[in-house]
Each structure stands twice: as structure tokens, then as C-alpha cells.
Design a protein around this ligand. Sequence first.
Ligand code: NAI
Length: 345
Amino acid sequence: MFEDLLRAWDGEEAVVRYDAASDAWMFVCVHSTALGPAGGGTRLRVYPTPGDGLADAIRLSGAMTRKFAAAGIPRGGGKAVLAVPELPEGDDRRRLLLRYGELVESLGGTYRTAGDMNISPADLDVVAERCRFVYGTTGRGGNSARGTAVGTLHAIHATVENAFGSPDVAGLHILVQGAGAVGADLARQLAEEGAHVLVSDVDAPRAAMTGLTVLPPDAVIGTECDLYAPCAVGGTLSAESIPRLRCRAIAGCANNQLAEPADGDRLHDAGILYAPDYVANAGGVIQLIGLEDLHWDEDELQRGLAKVGDTLREVFHMADAEGIAPAAAAERLVAERLAAATRTA
Ligand code: NAI
């Protein structure tokens, strides 16, 4: 399984460590350092098999390369997974995170981590006790959800501008799937701007806490709306779901929204404007790099986050000019930036 995954991968380096004390597998996947040291979060999760954890790290690391390249940030893409038999707590969690910190430190900065699923800023504080290459600890860049929500809001403005002729969301029907750290914040901001917001979450109380109109999770695909914002899980846009969508545009923060690359063309053919996920959700990394490496103040941060909308406009412009899907245009933008970096290296 590991052999097949690594043979088929176009990434640079995968570091695999089995942690006997916790029966956990640690995978650090460096997809590309063409633009700079590889950045990407660490995901802590129970997987059916360790191979599923490696596959997740591989898939997510490529998305980080695209995200940084599209955002114009001089960083490569990487991702780490701690595949555990059960989510650890207390001292066991702390010891695992310390050993993980030693592993990342041993890579000398080739890979730099932040949080992802089940890894909080407090967990990163523990990793940082043994490692210098950590973003998003409690005292520094903080939780990236804030920047991700603001960036996604800019993405939505750029998307509705292209689809409806104005960036104004007032009066539009917007469906936000996932009322988590990013989705709930985003839904509230959209409602404040006058949109009619529908919210859906498998955790019904969480959706209700937004105070907005709640939609059952199984009704998301097929509900009529102007814009659908996937902010929960990946893979919601597929050959099976796309024909059932009743929206004009899609822009949300979830990673890996397309079940397969061909879904970008399927959306285009269906007349649905799609904001490529790794462009729309770059606000989190812009926040962390901006605050921690570039020492931005709040005004500079807000200007940096607004660039998410500018990049998306560039992608839509390229797609319109060449008659291709925005997903294909974004891939081209990324490929051009990576090729330019390789040429100058
Ligand atoms: P979160 O874990 O705080 O929220 C996710 C929410 O989605 C939870 O409330 C969960 O109950 C809900 N959910 C799960 N499956 C669902 C389903 N099938 N239908 C409806 N709701 C469902 O996560 P967060 O931080 O808000 O992130 C949301 C998405 O954005 C994730 O895909 C994440 O990978 C992605 N993302 C997050 C970034 C960040 O800075 N937090 C940065 C870039 C991407």
C-alpha cells in the first residue's frame, strides 16, 4: 500500500515514522519546495488503515502547493498526518506531540507546520517546545479560521460579481454547509451584509447557534440558492452531485471540494461558476505567514486577505478569456508560477 502510494505520487519527500509508544503513524509529506520551505497543517485522526493516513497527507500536501502558489506566497506545499488508533488525551497526547515536534525539528525547516483537524493552537504550543518550525501557536498567529473566513468572504464577493454583475450579496440566497470555526463566522458576516443565509451542519445545535435559517444536511445538494458555500468536508462536488445542484455559483472554504479533477469541467459545463477551493480558502495561510513571518499589523492583514478576491478575479478573467473552467485556469496559474520558480532556481 505505502509503496503504491509513494510510487504514484509527484511529491518530493515523505517521512514515515512509527511511534511504538502510542501505536501511531507519523507521516510528513513534502510535496514541493519549488517556491520555498513546505508549509501545511498537521492532522490528527483515526483512519481505517495507516495507508489511508498517508494517502490523506499526500492528497492534502499537493493542495498546499497550489494554495501558496496561487496566493503568491513564497512557500512550498506540505502536510502531516498523525494516524492514531484513538484520539489521545492528557499526558499521552502531550508525549505524542513532543515526539512529533522532534520529528519536524529533525527536518531542519524543510517542512513547517500549523494546525489542522483535531490540532488546536494549544497542541501546537506543545509541538513548539521541541520544534522551531511551528505556526498558529496560542501566542502568535492564533487560530487561522478567522483569516480563512475573511478570505472566503472576499472570494464570495468576487464570485457573485462575476456571476451576477455586482459583488454585493444583499438579497442573494447563500447556503453555507458546515457551521464550524470558519462556516459559522462566514454565515454571520454574510447575513450582516444582507444575504438570505441558509446554514446546514450534521451537528444540528451548532447550526442553530448561528441564529440563521437551518437546513437539514441531506437537503444541501438540490436546494435552490444563488451561491453554495461548502465549508464542512471535501468531495461534495462529484459526478453524482453536480447534476443535482440548484445553484448558480460555488465558493467556500472546504479543502478538496472536487471529488476528482474532471468535476471542475462538469461544473463549467453545467453553467455553475466555481471558485477553486485552494484560491478561496487561502486566508488562513495568509494570516499565519503575514502575522508571524512578515510581522503585519491588522491593516496589512486585511489588505493581504483582500488579495484572495483579487486572485480569484484573475482566475475568472483567465477562464473567461480562454473559454476554460475556472478550475483549469487556476491549475494553469499555479503551473506557470511553479515553472517560473524552477527556471529561476
Ligand atoms: P470545523 O471542524 O470547525 O467545522 C466543520 C463543521 O462541519 C463542523 O461543525 C461539522 O459538524 C460540520 N460537518 C461535518 N460534516 C458535515 C456534513 N456532511 N454536512 C454538514 N456539516 C458537516 O472546521 P473549520 O475549521 O471550520 O474548517 C471547515 C473546512 O474548511 C474544512 O474542510 C477545513 O479543512 C477547511 N479549511 C479550514 C481552514 C481553517 O483555517 N480553519 C483553512 C483552509 C481550509
